[in-house]
Design a protein around this ligand. Structure first.
Ligand SMILES: C[S@@+](CC[C@H](N)C(=O)[O-])C[C@H]1O[C@@H](n2cnc3c(N)ncnc32)[C@H](O)[C@@H]1O
Length: 289
């Protein structure tokens, strides 16, 4: 199978609501909450947006039921802290809107654009890009009546060039590729310098899988050499290192808001306790030197 075919075959619904999705979306909400501390508008740019939402009863999602080790575990927690409760409220509200069901049932898992939209104010906007034609079509359809959301069928890295800086001059970029491409880490790193050249204060969130330690270390070294902005690294694994599959996931925040490290420490500590399999794995947060 060729690389392009492989990328087109990627179906995020297999992974929807898994532990890595949960971590990503909870941190995304935390960053959007920081942006909402000021009344001035912001722009959220989603370079690899995926679908607006995923059906957890579909053949893709039920194949491995990855959501059982993710959103299902979070939902079962009694009296979750405020930063989890606002995420769960979002998931439940979206479910009740999509399925017209009662508040507590879980059938759909929203994608990043839908979660971001839930937390936005009337003055904010979303630019979302998706490369895969059928996924783009469904995303476009889902947002067709929403003036605040513009959907683009384009390469996410080209979108970074085309849409930064946004006119608001404040906002968040989420870079969340499918990592089907062996050079994905390199593509991300090489896309960053020109973004910060045009938009020095951009807050950028990058999600990455933790499978091979050397790849991640090389990625960290490369971005540290390429840009001078502060870089906060957050990593969580739920299995021991060297597990054959996805051990964990990392989230890098470039230009993190003041005291983000403290709030993320609390969030990660709770997430690790809740999501780790038999207390395996670990979490850590640190500024990249
Ligand atoms: C991990 S998924 C996105 C998940 C989504 N951000 C979320 O949190 O719900 C990655 C998406 O990027 C798309 N994609 C792959 N290569 C791309 C590219 N070069 N530009 C834009 N989208 C791409 C894939 O089709 C897939 O839908």
């Amino acid at each position: 199978m060729g690389l392009i075919e492989k990328q087109m075959n990627y179906h995020h619904t297999y992974h929807a609501g898994n532990f890595a999705d949960v971590v990503k979306h909870i941190i995304l909400i935390e960053l959007l909450t920081y942006l909402k501390n000021k009344p001035t508008p912001f722009c959220y740019i989603d370079t690899h947006a995926g679908s607006a939402y995923h059906d957890l009863f579909s053949e893709f999602a039920v194949k491995n039921k990855e959501y059982l080790n993710g959103i299902e575990k979070i939902i079962q927690q009694e009296q979750p802290p405020a930063y989890i409760k606002r995420y769960l409220d979002c998931i439940h509200q979206i479910n009740s809107q999509l399925a017209h069901t009662n508040y507590s049932s879980l059938r759909y898992y929203p994608g990043s654009s839908m979660i971001a939209h839930y937390f936005m104010r009337p003055q904010d906007r979303i630019i979302a890009c998706e490369h895969n034609p059928p996924v783009y079509q469904s995303l476009k359809l889902a947002w067709i009546n929403y003036k605040q959301v513009s959907i683009h069928h384009m390469d996410g890295y080209l979108a970074l060039k085309a849409f930064t800086p946004p006119r608001e001059q404040r906002g968040l970029v989420l870079i969340d590729p499918s990592f089907e491409h062996p050079d994905e880490f390199k593509h991300i790193a090489l896309a960053l310098p020109s973004v910060f050249k045009r938009w020095r204060n951009a807050m950028v969130m990058i999600w990455y899988p933790i499978k091979e330690k050397f790849q991640v270390e090389r990625f960290h070294r490369t971005i540290r050499q390429l840009i001078k902005q502060p870089i906060l690294v957050n990593e969580l694994s739920i299995f021991p290192d060297l597990h054959q599959h996805l051990n964990g996931c990392g989230i890098i925040v470039i230009n993190p808001p003041w005291k983000l490290d403290q709030s993320l420490n609390k969030i990660y500590s709770w997430l690790w306790k809740t999501l780790s399999i038999n207390h395996q794995g670990q979490y850590r947060s640190y500024l990249l030197k």
